[in-house]
Design a protein around this ligand. Sequence first.
Ligand code: FAD
Length: 727
Amino acid sequence: MQASLPLTRDLVLIGGGHTHALVARMWGMTPLAGTRVTLINPGPTAPYSGMLPGHIAGHYRRQELDIDLVQLSRFAGARLILGAARAIDPVNKLIHVEGRGQIAYDVASIDIGIHAEMPDIPGFAQHATGAKPLDQYAARWRTFLARVSSGEVEPDVAVIGGGVAGMELALAMAHALQGAVGGSRVSVIEVGPEIAGRNRPTAALLARAAQAAGVAVHLNTTVKEVCAQSLTLDNGASVPSQFTVGAAGAFAHGWLSQSQLPLTDDGFVQVDESLRVKGCDGLFATGDCAHMAHAPRPKAGVFAVRAAPVLRDNLVAALSGSEMKPFRPQNDYLKLISLGGKHALAEKWGRTIAIPGLWGWKNRIDQKFMDQFRNLPTMASPPLPSPVSLGVAEELHGNGKPLCAGCGSKVAPGALDAALSATTLARREDVLSGPGDDAAILSIGGIKQVVTTDHLRAFTEDAGLFTRIAALHALGDIWSMRATPQAALLSITLPRMSEPLQRRSMTEIMHAANEVFGSENAAIVGGHSTMGAEMSLGFTVTGLCERTPITNAGARPGDALILTRPLGSGVLLAAEMQGAADGRDVAALLRTMATPQGDAAVALRMAHAMTDVTGFGLAGHLLSICRASGVRAELCLDNLPLYNGALELAEEGHFSSIYAANLAAAPVVNASGARAIFLHDPQTAGGLLAAIPQEAATDLKRELDAKGHVAAVIGTVLEGPPEIICR
Ligand SMILES: Cc1cc2nc3c(=O)[nH]c(=O)nc-3n(C[C@H](O)[C@H](O)[C@H](O)COP(=O)(O)OP(=O)(O)OC[C@H]3O[C@@H](n4cnc5c(N)ncnc54)[C@H](O)[C@@H]3O)c2cc1C
């Protein structure tokens, strides 16, 4: 994002398809100042279709064909909203995202591809899967292959549709099953008189490959019903199938027909030669989901790819008021069709060849495409000015890494302690306890009220998700005191933006905050909002205590220490800021951070002491318990639960800005190795850490896991001076 210039326009890319992935990459190279970019996609990755048959056949791992949209969005300076669009209102320029509400746009583009589900065939929805969306098909195929390999089911597969895609997948699945269990029964059902449509030489070569692979082809036939272990054909014949795939054409996503968009009879979005959706100001469409009336083309990735530079320029034109360009797609394109093993045929200009080396050529083309996303250019950070004050390079940890966000950018615990001990805080009778625990305890008319405040720099530009996590982070202090959330005040800083964008951001923030506090039966009672260099968000929250609050001061020797959530958010968020974290791990992290822990706090209501693990890391917050309770703690490093991907990133040297300060403030005896890093890793929306009776530990862990938390018993409270040792 252009740091200093105000944001005045919203560009929303709906779907992480081939075109949008390339547009995002181009945007990262040359962003348009003043435009906020949002990418909406159901998952953190988007599969590159060219390598799908190779993945199904077992030539590629899933990661090899996945475009990491988290890394790509970070590179493009875009915010990634993980969700599925379910409606577009082109009049009010609003996109409805499932579970997320409305996202407003000035300019938007649709690149959501097609699906290959065939719900009109009885039993299809229950017993079959479309070849598209690729994510779902690839995941179900992996599960099926594992069940076949374990002998649980027969290697019986059927593909409905004998076009190029259907034949390619049938050969790929036959090859994989051959490799896994030495054989298979793969059938292709084709309504037409021949396979692979319009090109005879291609059809002949594919038919020969099918014969060689033992793939049975049923022509001039349709499927009457899909059953769990077979298909019934229209002629009454039954074909064995434990895994049925629909590849009989490209179908438009049904939800488009619910939006006021100009669609073809079969539901594709009508666009003009500039890829603008006809009659919809500021809306574009591309790839398989679009119909180019000026140049109709088959549904092929090559057209989605070639449209990218034109779309990118036309989006810039729409946002900056300049001229549009026409997209003139090529008439024909090279089709490299894989034949199961590492063999392929090539078809273009109506001619077909099948010679050695074609698969290798296809592989090079596909790898070259994916390398664009695997090796995103690193935008070098500006060199330090010279001369520069002493200590600047050290403060940058000598590597120019950006200051972390979330709890990773807290003021150092040592600095806070020094300021607090240098200040004689005013005392009041109705203030039962002040700074030092998760929340202060006030007495109001005999009722105990706790109050706490938190403020975070944005670790995601998705304002709705950031708000949700920041609110749950603040609630962690209330829950750990065994209090019931009561009221909340917001303090919002937005990067400089125009009023319409302020309104949109504020709406997303209020929508998310109200959802979190509403579900805790707490009320938002006010707040303050300003603009500044970047987005940050704070919550001041009060809670009521029907019973004595649980503080840091009650831990007893012999207690077990239980943690309700993995560690590693500091390392993962720091690596994500560098584009170094795997998008799937980041998405899983954010999903956990966005999960409330009120139910875990209720399960832990008998704890002797409890806190939530946040900015000062596990060791920092545990040491507070040790000091307040006058006890010692022993931790087992191997029992520390870690988020996926965190350990590998820590071993690669990724850690949070505040790590060193946390380490200095809470040294741990006998701690060594990469796992020890997580003792001082700052957590955002971290887990609850409780000292509980030893005898209750096993049942509590079971209860917390049953509630969907990842609980772990990580140590024991011991007699002795306040310190932490590791074993
Ligand atoms: C087996 C097979 C092999 C193929 N091989 C080739 C080939 O070799 N060469 C070739 O040119 N073409 C090939 N194709 C065709 C190619 O797959 C498509 O033309 C191409 O994927 C179209 O790209 P796209 O950008 O339109 O959408 P897609 O690549 O399908 O991407 C759509 C994206 O939108 C997301 N999305 C879907 N719904 C929503 C929603 N509601 N909200 C937000 N996001 C959403 C999806 O998750 C996905 O990330 C093949 C197709 C198949 C089935």
